[in-house]
Design a protein around this ligand. Sequence first.
Ligand code: ADP
Ligand code: MG
Length: 503
Amino acid sequence: MDKDRVVADGEAWASIVEALRGTVSRQQFETWFRTMRPVSIEPGRYVFSVPNAFLKGWIDSYYTELLRNCVASAFGAGADGIDGRPSEIRIEVDGVGADAVPAGAASVAPLPPVYAAGGAPPEPRREPAPSGQRKRPGRVPQRIDDIRSQLFGHSKYRHFLSDVILNEDYVFDNFVRGPSNQLAHAAALAVADAPAQAYNPLFLHGLVGLGKTHLLQAICQRVLQRRPETRIIYLSCETFVNQFISAVETGDLEDFRYRYRHADMLLIDDIHFLAKKERTQEEFFHTFNTLYNSKKQIVLSCDSPPREIPTLEDRLVSRFKWGLVTEIEEPDHETRVSIVRRKAEGKGVQLPEGVGELIADNIATNVRELEGAVLRVVGYAALTKQPLTLDLAREALRATIQPKERKVSIETILRTVADHFGVKASEITGKRRHKSISNPRQICMYLARRLTDYSLVEIGGQFGGRDHTTVIYANEKIARELEKNSRLKEDLDAILRRIRAGE
Ligand code: ADP
Ligand code: MG
């Protein structure tokens, strides 16, 4: 090739395209290369552009060598530079540097954003497109849109492929350890530091909101920090299933398989989504085997242990148990307090004495809810421009905190209801049947059913020695009336607020 031929030389570009078409399948060409354009073509250095960072990442990760070969076959000996070193292949993103975003570009995340409320990244919607309806606007190949993956434009994340935007808060440093999650945390750390050596696969399970996604993302971020060249695929199981369905529909399984089976690390969140999806299970089984046999790390999260995933094939259940299966349990009180403090510190707030305990006392299960409570308290103080005190925290949480319902006594219900309606407690527990008394009495029974563990017979006994059918009747009547009687609803809300406030 003439060493002076440069930039968008139509002929040189046509030769490269021809070589590409001769090398990859038509489907691959359409998917990955159809939108590629030459930026500058000179011996030893070939710069191409693509419309978005997703394509760039993909081509960088999987097709650089192939492009180099195509260049070599297009230009023969003239392809390389004067010093004989292999040609440099560079992929740029159209319009980067300018403000322009290419029309129809696949979603591209510039940098991991920080999410405020709840700390959870929004999940992209991922319904499988009904067949025959997959036309989408723009010049990006539709399949990419189907993939709905996102690639970080930042060079640190060059080899990162995911359908979820990493939350920069979800790192090991921010994960509070306690007896409930210690093992899961240690295992995740080990996997990040010694992929495919410590535990393979790592199977984390636990109920919703206990930190599975946090740990999966922490693994991704640690690996990317230490070995940015690692090809990580991290996605929700739902996306895996949808991609598989879409690959089957478009006859594009080869590409799908190539992609998954060439990852260095595969992390799939919420693998229980494989339940009842036999064909995807079959495909996943082979992906699993390929990666496992080539000593690539696999990490899976699930809302139950492997054997409890409905209809999961036995061979997958047994494979999931090959490595380490570990559960994240509900955090104990002390861990909850630490989590609450940590989340507040994350918002730049030092919680005064007692507030952490107040929140941890009232929210016993889910860490996501703990976080929500912290945000409410901090937000309430900011909004009302008051200093954050224990009283203020109580007030902020009042409407939302569920009382420990067992602790509500018949006594409290009785007193609150009587007070609200301006009648005497002794009247309610007495025999009078006048509406002004029987209505509050029925409300007491209704509340006792909901807020205490007493049986129907016990409740009947407490409110005037009535039998259990009276209690059932009262319950149904109030429930029915609540549907249409907004006054009654207001009464009940007011009573509940007072009961919950512990008045
Ligand atoms: P899961 O995926 O198990 O449903 P997530 O990982 O989404 O749960 O966690 C829910 C929220 O709780 C996240 O914001 C996460 O950061 C937080 N979280 C859970 N466990 C911990 C922990 N041990 N330390 C700090 N934050 C935690
Ligand atoms: Mg999750």
